[in-house]
Design a protein around this ligand. Structure first.
Ligand SMILES: Cc1cc2nc3c(=O)[nH]c(=O)nc-3n(C[C@H](O)[C@H](O)[C@H](O)COP(=O)(O)OP(=O)(O)OC[C@H]3O[C@@H](n4cnc5c(N)ncnc54)[C@H](O)[C@@H]3O)c2cc1C
Length: 644
């Protein structure tokens, strides 16, 4: 292909071998330690205070390191993780329904459509049980069942009930737990908290990550912060699509600036489209709202059997309804994984059987569950979600079915990391949604929280110590030429954006970019569409740098300036996403290429040619360079995924 070049393969040099259930234990034992007296002398920067960054910063400080923590919100507990609704997976098997570490491992590798690393996923499943204990000890109020044990419910892609939850506010409760742990360390003086500070550049000294350049979003002051290691926990990049379920502020800037400095970006095209979101209602919208997957425990998805049937849902008799997920996938029914449920919704809408304005919606109906369990039981499980739905749509889901449609939700791609969660830049570690993660081409519900907390509480604190033990590194400060240069780059870029003084708002560019991405790099992709998207992105990006208008100056609070920097990075990322999607001539998980499907319309993988992680090196003004990391499957052998 003319759009990229291919470089040497990349290997995960830290990946342990031997029986899979012993690998993490062995890596932990072999990892070098830093003694407590030396930890006090080491400083770690953690960018991000969501579940990944908050848990990491608290744990590292608890261990005795000096931590500098950054977020762009006004408080660490406003990180996007607070929005997570449905739950967190763990292989506790409290239900005695056949769950085990091995089954969670198996479900996750299969759910990811065989595009994740077995060793990492097994570690995740092992650590999942510790996460629940840790959070309970912190006082996280998980739902409990009558006997007193923690309650669980089902999520997609699993036939056991392993999802722990706190009503529809699991992320909020987990984040409050991590935040309290973080606050304790802030109070003790071990964490220096810098809210409303945005990282705009990574500083590399002698090939190692040694600091960041940040802008104080209130005063506009730019400072240079040095450390012995840098951890990015800056979240996902779904907002490249403009409309998504992510918080408005979510962006790719921290990761992208690190990518420009040499960190490889893996599988950028793997985007999760969540099947149950409130449909788009018009051009005015700047945000979409998720209705948690947990609702599919009790809600039944259907559309009318006949095209164009626009009767009110309650007037459509049972035998004229198509409960299409139950019909096509009888084993998993409404709880098929997200990629499958999203495509099925798109298919019935494409057939002209969608409901609501524009026919872009399907019903999620609770009538059966309310009849069976009573309204009170449904309220106890999902009350806040029902309220949220009613506030947004004006319809009461206790009376009429919800209308839902797929929307961008999560990004499985991210900065490439090895088994130790270290990027291709020594000393730069990446955790949570920001790394390319353990979810392969499709994340199962309730496993992002699991991964973020596994990384932050349990994995990074071991692997980072191994890195720091290879020090001490030379002392460096803000006068080092690499730091001075990084700071100058930030100042120049801000000045460049302010100087354009054009006639189009940042948001108008972002919205148009999002439309291109949704159209051509969304639920379904094709070669022609992706090529068109790349041309359109390039043209729009040139226009952005000539016509964007950023009012005000850089000397204080200026949200247009913040957004302009983020949208500029989204433009570069968007192009790489399309190149990645174009080069991957197969369908897998969230990446569905129209040219590659089975006769019954399911994703058709090509394991011969594409069983690898695509790790992209920044190409500057030239082409990006592809490095392939081969994936090996010794325990869960790739098969055509079936949920029928
Ligand atoms: C509506 C919704 C519901 C969800 N529900 C679930 C669920 O039920 N179960 C589940 O497992 N997953 C769920 N997810 C996914 C999950 O919430 C996220 O994947 C996860 O919370 C990400 O955590 P994180 O710590 O990696 O990043 P985030 O929580 O996004 O935190 C990112 C942090 O980085 C900081 N940051 C970013 N860039 C910069 C910068 N340049 N400078 C300084 N700071 C920066 C931010 O300020 C923030 O503190 C849901 C997602 C959404 C959108």
């Amino acid at each position: 292909m003319d759009l990229y070049t291919e470089g040497d393969p990349i290997a995960d040099a830290k990946a342990p071998d031997g029986p899979i259930e012993t690998r993490w234990e062995r890596r932990r034992f072999e990892a070098k330690l830093v003694n407590p007296a030396n930890r006090r002398k080491l400083t770690v920067i953690v960018v991000g205070t969501g579940l990944a960054g908050g848990s990491a910063a608290a744990t590292l400080a608890e261990q005795g390191y000096q931590v500098k923590s950054y977020c762009y919100q006004d408080s660490p507990r406003r990180a996007h993780s607070i929005a997570a609704q449905g739950g967190i997976n763990a292989a506790k098997n409290y239900r005695n329904d056949g769950d085990s570490v091995h089954r969670l491992f198996y479900d996750t590798v299969k759910g990811g459509d065989f595009r994740s690393r077995e060793s990492n996923v097994h570690r995740l499943a092992e650590v999942s049980v510790n996460i629940i204990d840790q959070c309970v000890a912190q006082g996280v109020p998980f739902a409990r069942e009558y006997g007193g044990l923690l309650d669980t419910r089902s999520f997609g892609g699993a036939q056991v009930q392993r999802t722990f939850y706190a009503r529809g506010q699991t992320g909020q409760q987990l984040l409050l737990g991590a935040y309290q742990a973080l606050e304790r360390q802030i109070g003790l003086g071990n964490v220096e908290m810098n809210a409303r500070h945005e990282m705009l550049e990574l500083i590399i000294v002698d090939g190692r990550a040694r600091g960041i350049v940040v802008r104080d979003l209130v005063t506009g002051e730019i400072t240079t912060e040095m450390a012995d290691a840098v951890v990015l926990a800056s979240g996902g990049y779904g907002n490249v699509f403009y409309l998504s379920t992510n918080a408005k502020g979510c962006n790719v800037t921290a990761s992208w600036r690190a990518h420009r400095k040499g960190a490889y970006f893996a599988n950028p095209c793997y985007t999760q489209i969540h099947p149950t979101c409130i449909p788009v209602s018009g051009d005015h919208q700047s945000k979409l709202t998720l209705m948690s997957e947990s609702l599919r425990n009790d809600g039944r998805v259907w559309v009318p059997k006949a095209k164009g049937d626009n009767r009110a849902p309650r007037d459509i008799p049972e035998d004229e309804r198509d409960y299409y997920l139950e019909r096509i996938y009888p084993s998993f029914g409404n709880l098929v994984p997200r990629d499958i449920a999203s495509r099925a919704a798109k298919n019935v809408c494409d057939e002209g059987r969608g409901v609501g304005p524009g026919g872009l919606g399907v019903y999620l109906d609770f009538a059966d569950a309310i009849n069976r369990l009573g309204r009170k039981a449904i309220e106890a499980k999902y009350g806040n979600l029902f309220e949220m739905y009613e506030r947004i749509t004006g319809e009461d889901p206790y009376q009429v079915p919800m209308r839902i449609y797929p929307a961008v939700h999560y990004t499985m791609g991210g900065l490439w990391v090895d088994y130790d969660l270290q990027s291709t830049i020594p000393g730069l570690f990446v955790i949570g949604e920001a790394n390319f993660s353990d979810h392969g081409a499709n994340r199962l519900g309730a496993s992002a929280l699991m991964q973020g907390l596994a990384d932050g509480y349990f994995v990074l604190p071991n692997t980072l110590a191994n890195y720091l033990a290879s020090g001490p590194f030379d002392k460096v400060d803000a006068s080092h030429p690499a730091a001075v240069e990084a700071r100058a780059t930030v100042e120049d870029r801000l000045q460049r954006l302010l100087a354009i003084n054009g006639d189009r708002t940042v948001d108008s560019f972002h919205r148009e970019l999002g439309q291109i991405m949704w159209e051509h790099c969304g639920m379904e992709r094709s070669e022609a569409g992706l090529r068109k998207a790349i041309d359109e992105i390039r043209t729009l990006r040139d226009e952005f740098w000539q016509r964007v208008r950023v009012p005000g100056d850089g000397e204080g609070l200026n949200q247009s300036l913040e957004k302009a920097g983020r949208v500029a990075d989204f433009f570069e990322l968007a192009e790489l996403m399309c190149i990645d999607a174009l080069h991957r001539e197969e369908s897998c998980g969230g990446h569905f290429r129209a040219e590659h499907q089975t006769p019954d319309g399911e994703a058709q993988r090509d394991d011969e040619r594409f069983a690898y992680v695509a790790a992209w090196e920044y190409g500057g003004t030239g082409q990006p360079v592809l490095h392939k990391e081969d994936l090996k499957f010794e325990y869960v052998h790739p098969t055509q995924r079936s949920y029928k």
